[in-house]
Design a protein around this ligand. Structure first.
Ligand SMILES: [Zn+2]
Length: 389
């Protein structure tokens, strides 16, 4: 038990933040520092095949001790990176021993107080030791906690061959937080019939399936013309975007109106000006067919907003990649949260920028529309356009 805490307190001090803007793999070099050290620690346990591959994936085998034939290999996986949303540098973990129900004050930021009345989950941990950050950084428990648990278990099993078990593989990967954690995973070389990701919301919960996700980017171009000359010519991209959003259903297909295994489309970013607006949506479903249907649905929204339906470019259809689990079934007992309660563990889906996840569409009512200067008439009549990427 102390080993897992010691490991956790040590691993969180590695800055392993991933970067959604990066085009390298892993997205940040600093993730490799921890990954290389994990491989070295696994070798020090006596796991001689522990290695790190060219993409940064660390794997190791804990050989079987049962002596029984044909025992299947199972795996345990955790990611080393932490979210791009908050700094992972200079993490100072604080252990609050034997929690007694008080508010937890984080000393480096006077405004950072974990209030028991705001966080009902804290009441489940009275008497436990709680680890927090110091107030100015992410702690990185997601998923250094999983890393520490797997490493401590591997160390224990390697040191205790008298415990009977089949072959066990462990793996650590980069870039989960930016949606690319599985892209280069060496599935065949890993060789497990099943593997468990040690990452999630709370103790005692098993997430048994995962949704598939896609991101849709919709670029809306209007026609920018000096307002003084605008009659019959100007098309305001902001108004087109508002019309498209207004056409989303009010009582379905949204995270705020659905639950359990129901999928949704969810606008997460709107940016731009009267000449051009980007709308970004995330799409989720547990069924790949329904995921595709949601994407088609979004492609239909521009219809009637001054555009024909956005056309799906079949040559650029993205595949959807299963990502973090949303859990409709939990065990033991039914700890499912009531509606309006704690949201399920979901990774920041808006951080997904892998172009393989993007759906590309385009619709041109009448050829391309170049951005126009605010002064003067366009050189030729142009129509507004919507591109969905
Ligand atoms: Zn995670």
């Amino acid at each position: 038990m102390s080993d897992v805490l010691d490991r956790f307190l040590r691993y969180v001090q590695y800055d392993t933040q991933s970067d959604e803007q990066s085009t390298t793999y892993p997205s940040t070099e600093k993730q490799l520092v921890l990954l290389r050290d994990l491989a070295a620690e696994l070798r020090a346990f006596g796991l001689t095949d522990a290695s790190i591959d060219e993409n940064g994936y660390v794997t190791a085998m804990i050989p079987a001790t049962t002596g029984k034939p044909n025992v299947p290999t199972i795996g345990f996986i955790a990611h080393v990176d932490t979210s791009p949303e908050m700094s992972g540098a200079g993490v100072k973990p604080i252990v609050h021993r034997a929690y007694d129900g008080r508010d937890l004050v984080l000393p480096d930021d006077p405004n950072a107080v974990l209030r028991a009345r705001d966080i009902p989950e804290l009441a489940d941990h009275i008497g436990h030791d709680i680890v927090t950050a110091s107030g100015t950084t992410l702690l990185g428990a997601d998923d250094k906690a999983g890393v520490a648990e797997i490493m401590a278990a591997a160390a224990y099993l390697a040191a205790h061959p008298e415990i009977p078990h089949g072959p066990v593989k462990v793996a650590f990967n980069p870039d989960e937080e930016v949606g690319r954690g599985v892209i280069h995973f060496p599935v065949n070389a890993f060789g497990a019939v099943a593997a468990y990701t040690v990452d999630g919301t709370g103790a005692g919960e098993v997430q048994s399936e995962t949704f598939s996700g896609a991101q849709v980017r919709m670029y809306i171009r209007g026609r920018s013309i000096h307002p003084g000359l605008a009659k019959g010519e100007l098309v305001n991209a902001i108004k087109l975007a508002a019309a498209i959003i207004e056409k989303l259903p009010k009582d379905a297909r949204s995270p705020e109106t659905t639950e359990d295994r129901e999928g949704y489309v969810h606008p997460v970013v709107i940016s731009g000006d009267s000449s051009e607006v980007e709308l970004r949506f995330i799409v989720r479903d547990f069924e790949n067919d329904l995921l595709d249907e949601h994407v088609e649905f979004l492609g239909d929204r521009p219809r009637g907003c001054g555009h024909r339906r956005a056309l799906l470019d079949r040559g650029r259809v993205a595949h959807s990649v299963p990502q973090h689990a949303r859990c409709p079934r939990v065990a033991p007992g039914d700890r499912r949260e009531p509606r309006g309660g704690r949201p399920p563990h979901r990774h920041r889906a808006e951080a997904i920028v892998d172009p393989r996840w993007h759906r590309r569409f385009s619709t041109h009512r009448d050829g391309p529309a170049d951005p126009e200067h605010l002064h003067g008439r366009p050189r030729r009549p142009q129509r507004a356009r919507v591109d969905l990427h």
